[in-house]
Design a protein around this ligand. Sequence first.
Ligand code: SF4
Length: 214
Amino acid sequence: MAGGGPSSEDKAESGRARQVEAEDAARGGDLLIDVCCGPCALTMDMVVRLDRQGCCLLFYNPNIHPFTEYRKRLETFLAYAGSQGFGHRVLPYEPEEWIRAVAFHEEERCRACYRLRLSRAVLYAREWGFAAVSTTLFASPYQDHALLASLGGSLAAEAGLDFLVWDGRAAYRDALREARARGMYIQAWCGCLLSERERYDRSHRCGKSAGGSS
Ligand code: SF4
């Protein structure tokens, strides 16, 4: 994972944020889930057992490069969400937004990337009247869970929303096996061009995101 841990400000904000238990969120209520890819959505469903009536999946991934890769992940997401009966939304592809967010902050790019995606999810949730937000990024052992919880909790609390923190790391390998069995596309790098380079060039590996699938 590129970038440092959460700042004391982030931790304080996170402490103030209301975080709902997975069990409560799964029972109902309007939960908007930021989805990074189909396999991680599957992982979240295996762990949290999502209520189809009470949640909606949101696909906003300006961090996925190049466009052909974005399209593969989008198609996998749409097939999964449709086959599982999930309500879902897709926001426009905006790689320019990701480039602007991380430019000159490459060493902390994951923080900027998380912030961009979670901010958009929180904004969407507030506009459309959802009560809580979460993200499938919690599925992956390659992502920074503490930072995600801190940022997500902070952004959601500022908007008066709950933020669901969950942990899919123990189920991740089984979920990937299940995704393969279902014929789902499984990516080999996190998303951005920098993470794609890290996949092949060890000299540029800078943390847990190197080589991670999402
Ligand atoms: S490695 Fe993943 S989380 Fe980090 S900036 Fe790239 S796409 Fe975003």
